[in-house]
Write a protein that binds this ligand. Structure first.
Ligand code: URA
Length: 236
């Protein structure tokens, strides 16, 4: 199962990025960060303070993917540390998780000026790094936060309003799109929807864990041995 996921990600990587660059052989997030921290592949490299790769458990079961670093994230080099991040922490807490138990990243690693929307060329340049992160972490569930991450990772034009809270399988990867916490800060009624969707995420996680356990047990079971040859008693 994990191998399938990796193969799929290798396909995504080879579609998305130029082959043969140093970052492609990174086998840890630290190596990946070292290889891209001075990136100038798109114009955002000239205006950012820090490249924001991600934070959390390198072997997390759940990964959250937001849009792009904002003002605070750019200054600190850590995703989701501003008001939207505080709400994300509360939502994680509501299902018994801390940010150190999950992994949090963005589709873009550098802050767009004035927090404008990511441009197609920036996404095209930056998403291979996200796929590499997914390959290294190997999460069981990827939660896309908001429209940009959802459309980018699910390669869909269907918006978050229709997809939020629903478990979506794409190949061997499992996604749960969620509203972006910043959207709930601007439109308070969305906060209740997010709270409910996090409860659904908890249920998805519990039922997926049962599925992963069953798959792992089935894979570990010894193959049925061919029927033993009956003893030829008549020979004795
Ligand atoms: N919004 C995002 O999408 N990402 C961050 O890291 C912060 C705010």
């Amino acid at each position: 199962m994990r191998l399938l996921r990796l193969l799929e990600l290798h396909q995504l990587l080879s579609l998305g990025g130029a082959m043969g660059e140093e970052w492609e052989s990174a086998s840890s997030l630290g190596e990946l960060f070292e290889a891209i921290k001075d990136c100038r592949r798109c114009p955002l490299g000239a205006t950012r303070t820090n490249l924001v790769l991600g934070t959390g458990d390198e072997q997390a079961e759940i990964m959250f993917v937001g849009e792009a670093p904002g003002f605070h994230e750019d200054k600190q080099g850590i995703p989701f540390v501003g008001p939207a991040g505080q709400l994300l922490d509360q939502l994680l807490g509501s299902i018994g998780l801390e940010r150190s138990q999950v992994y949090i990243a963005n589709t873009l690693k550098c802050r767009p000026p004035e927090n404008r929307d990511p441009q197609p060329q920036e996404l095209e340049t930056c998403t291979p790094f996200l796929f590499k992160q997914i390959e290294i972490i190997g999460p069981h569930i990827i939660c896309t936060l908001g429209n940009h991450a959802t459309k980018t990772l699910l390669a869909t034009s269907t918006g978050i309003t229709q997809l939020h809270g629903k478990l979506t399988r794409k190949g061997s990867l499992v996604y749960v799109p969620l509203f972006h916490p910043a959207a709930a800060l601007h439109k308070p009624p969305l906060k209740n929807t997010l709270i409910e969707d996090f409860q659904r995420l908890r249920e998805h996680l519990d039922s997926e864990r049962v599925r992963w356990r069953e798959e792992a047990e089935a894979a570990a079971e010894p193959e049925a041995s061919p029927e033993a040859e009956p003893e030829q008693m008549g020979l004795f």
